[in-house]
Design a protein around this ligand. Structure first.
Ligand code: DGI
Ligand code: FE
Ligand code: FE
Length: 185
């Protein structure tokens, strides 16, 4: 799948506000890929597609989790978590996409212990793209300028704090990713 094909698909799949967020993620992921020496085309494509399933019906996404044999733990947590792994499964079935691109899409919400540099770039770009506005985003943007791993940790800290403040369940993979990255030198 080419970038232009992905862009046309996403423009017709997502509402305008989410498409604008997506364009911000593309721009940021491209910049980070150049800065950290990762594959720019893969970063742009993964960013364009990352929220493909964001507004899909939750019951249908839960069905994909069962039928595709995804982690059944996903069914015990917020439906917001489903769009990343389910999006990767559906895109992988419908289009020819490299495993590295599908991995970045799959891991963009929770991260994953040991995730690739491309995964890290999309994970951070999603949190800091120019249209994002929340307390602490400027600090994350600064972290991303000096260390990708530090920015991953800072993004997870922000997410976990946000979830704690909302008194909602935290998906174990989010904590596992935090633990994996926090002690890196
Ligand atoms: O899809 P986006 O809004 O661009 O960003 P995202 O894919 O990072 O999704 C963020 C949403 O996912 C946000 O509503 C918080 C939620 N989320 C992220 N990690 C966890 C989580 N929700 C729960 N319950 N547990 C998590 O660990
Ligand atoms: Fe998302
Ligand atoms: Fe997003």
């Amino acid at each position: 799948m080419t970038f232009e094909e992905a862009k046309a698909l996403i423009e017709q799949t997502l509402p305008e506000k989410r498409f604008i967020h997506t364009l911000g993620v593309v721009e940021t992921a491209e910049r980070l890929a150049k800065k950290y020496g990762e594959n720019v085309e893969q970063a742009r494509l993964a960013a364009m597609l990352h929220d493909y399933a964001k507004y899909f019906d939750a019951a249908e996404m839960r069905q994909v989790v069962r039928e595709a044999g995804l982690d059944s733990n996903l069914l015990e947590y917020d439906d917001e978590l489903l769009h990343a792994p389910v999006g990767a499964v559906l895109l992988g079935r419908a289009y020819h996409l490299e495993p590295a691109v599908l991995s970045a899409i799959r891991n963009h919400t929770t991260g994953e212990p040991g995730m690739s540099r491309l995964d890290q770039i999309l994970f951070v770009a999603d949190a800091i793209e120019p249209n994002r506005q929340y307390p602490g985003v400027e600090r994350l943007r600064m972290e991303a300028e000096h260390s990708l791993e530090a920015a991953v940790v800072a993004t997870l800290r922000q997410t976990i704090q946000f979830l704690l403040n909302k008194s909602v369940r935290i998906f174990p993979l989010t904590i596992e990713t935090y633990n994996d990255f926090v002690n890196l030198p």
